[in-house]
Design a protein around this ligand. Structure first.
Ligand code: RTP
Ligand code: MG
Length: 139
């Protein structure tokens, strides 16, 4: 299987609740290599652009409000089959439906405040990684 990359954010709820270390530990234990990593905060304009695909959804305003309310941790991760394996590691969007041991089952609070983001395709992983990191920040 080819080595490829995915993009993740530890969302404001998980940062507020002190889960950065535990989530990075799970990512490490699952065999992902950290290519890029930083704590940052998205502006309203950043979040509206990042989540533009959801702009017509009823939860869009709430999502932008949530994702901008405090710092996030952004990262690019590398592994065989990275996008799919990372989505397995984080679990379903709604933590109530997430499998035991997944990051969302362990650390998410609700369907909206669900602790982590994971790219849904190789193409989006590249776009989302480039949204947050320059080439010189990737190793
Ligand atoms: P993500 O993009 O953050 O990895 O999550 P996902 O693919 O599992 O879910 P997606 O459908 O892409 O939704 C993006 C984020 O919007 C929030 N959301 N809120 N209140 C709601 O019904 C609702 N539905 C989605 C979540 O933060 C979700 O992760
Ligand atoms: Mg998504």
């Amino acid at each position: 299987m080819a080595t490829n990359r995915t993009f993740t954010m530890i969302k404001p709820d998980a940062v507020e609740n002190g889960h950065i270390g535990a989530i990075l530990e799970k990512i490490n234990a699952a065999g992902f290599r950290i290519v890029a990593l930083k704590q940052t905060q998205m502006t309203t304009r950043d979040a509206e652009a990042f989540y533009a695909i959801h702009s017509e959804r009823p939860f869009f305003g709430e999502l932008v409000e949530f994702m901008t309310r405090g710092p996030i941790v952004a990262a690019i991760l590398e592994k065989d089959n990275a996008v799919e394996d990372f989505r397995t590691l984080i679990g379903a969007t709604n933590p109530a439906e997430a499998a035991e041991g997944t990051i969302r089952k362990l650390y998410a609070t609700s369907i909206g405040e669900n602790a982590v983001h994971g790219s849904d395709s190789d193409e989006n992983a590249a776009i989302e990684g480039a949204f947050h990191f320059s080439g010189r920040e990737q190793f």
